[in-house]
Design a protein around this ligand. Structure first.
Ligand code: NAD
Ligand code: TYD
Length: 328
């Protein structure tokens, strides 16, 4: 198969490309936003088109001759969507629409939309199934839900062979350090304060990035057209417990923990039932304890990866978001 993988210069897309390139020919379409980096694809054989999924010309150039499309392209951070929703609307809604039109016009056989548990909103007890109603809370999740609904509308109206894969919180190597785990890992390694929103008792369902990549590849090949597949991690954990574990792994004191103002509209808990993807033969292989150790070690050993990030745009984001310069 020849695959178009959009957003593959980012965290999860690059992990997926690394796995899929072993069997398939890959074209990457990526806008290279602050979160996209060509070096994330080092060692992955691919051809590269620099452009946006919202640009019909770039999309046609990249999609020509492809048998399937896997769409990772996104703005992925909830806090940035609260600060300004425009790029989220542009990429998740307009961009997804442009991709779907091109898939139809070029007769591409298969389309997979990468989505998130956040489209279902927060759940105090139990887990969301694929038939749970979409009830997103943030501009990030609202625009992701809009993208999902556009995909479903093309399945219903045009008979498109599309599937949706909704993952829970991913973690692992090459995640931009605006997200909780890489942010607190790098801060802990530097001996800087670890910002915990509100009481830190919010619960996330942690999924190692390689497990999500395997699930996506399986759903692309075996998923029922028109269906959505939830992919939840094996462990759930309160944020404060995640922070304590990172402190342990980095040998730092709990005095680095700093409770800061809560995120606006903060979802309390996410949880997914993964029975449908399990029925296809998927199982998570990496438990949270092992995955977190691997992740912290990766950041400890890869300063050439994060060094340039911590001296660039990220510093400005950090100061705007946390009201203090990085490193203080
Ligand atoms: P990321 O921010 O690390 O990477 C996103 C990539 O998309 C970057 O390479 C960026 O340059 C590219 N991009 C952004 N806008 C684009 C556009 N208009 N056209 C082309 N490329 C564009 O994100 P990630 O964490 O790897 O997330 C990938 C996908 O997985 C997203 O769709 C996200 O919603 C979904 N997801 C993420 C998580 C998570 O925990 N990170 C969990 C479940 C689902
Ligand atoms: P995040 O990694 O941004 O993922 P998401 O919002 O998509 O779940 O955040 C994970 C959890 O960690 C979430 O409950 C918010 C919290 N959090 C903090 O407490 N401090 C931080 O500095 C960040 C970035 C997140």
């Amino acid at each position: 198969m020849k695959l178009l993988v959009t957003g593959a210069a980012g965290f999860i897309g690059s992990a997926y490309a690394r796995l899929a390139a072993a069997e398939h020919e890959i074209t990457v379409l990526d806008k290279l936003t602050y979160a996209g980096r060509r070096e994330n694809l080092d060692g992955v054989e691919h051809s590269f088109v620099h452009g946006s999924i919202a640009d019909p010309g770039a999309v046609r150039e990249a999609m020509e001759g492809c048998d399937a499309v896997v769409n990772f392209a996104a703005e992925s951070h909830v806090d940035r969507s609260i600060a300004g929703q425009d790029p989220f609307v542009q990429t998740h809604v307009i961009g997804t629409g442009v991709l779907l039109d091109a898939v139809r016009e070029l007769g591409v056989g298969r389309y997979l939309q990468v989505s998130t548990d956040e489209v279902y909103g927060s759940i105090d007890d139990g887990s969301f199934t694929e038939s749970s109603p979409l009830d997103p809370s943030s501009p990030y999740s609202a625009t992701k839900a809009a993208g999902d609904l556009l995909v479903s509308s093309h399945v219903h109206t045009h008979g498109l062979e599309a599937v949706i894969c909704r993952g829970s919180n991913n973690y692992g190597p090459r995640q931009y350090p605006e997200k909780l785990i890489p942010l607190i890992t790098l801060n802990a390694l530097h001996g800087d304060p670890l910002p915990v929103y509100g009481d830190g008792r919010q619960v996330r369902n942690w999924l190692f990035v390689e497990d999500f990549a395997r699930a996506i590849h399986l759903v692309l090949q075996k998923g029922e057209p028109g269906a959505a597949y939830n992919v939840g991690g094996p462990d759930e954990c309160e944020n404060i417990e995640v922070v304590r574990r990172v402190l342990e792994l980095t040998g730092r004191e709990e005095s680095l923990i700093e409770h800061v103002a809560d995120r606006l509209g903060h979802d309390r808990r996410y949880s997914l039932s993964s029975d449908r993807v399990r029925a296809l033969g998927w199982e998570a292989r990496v438990q949270f304890a092992e995955g977190l150790e691997r992740t912290v070690s990766w950041y400890r050993d890869n300063e050439p990866w994060w060094g340039p990030i911590r001296s660039g745009e990220y510093r400005e984001w950090y100061e705007r978001q946390y009201g203090r310069p990085l490193g203080e």
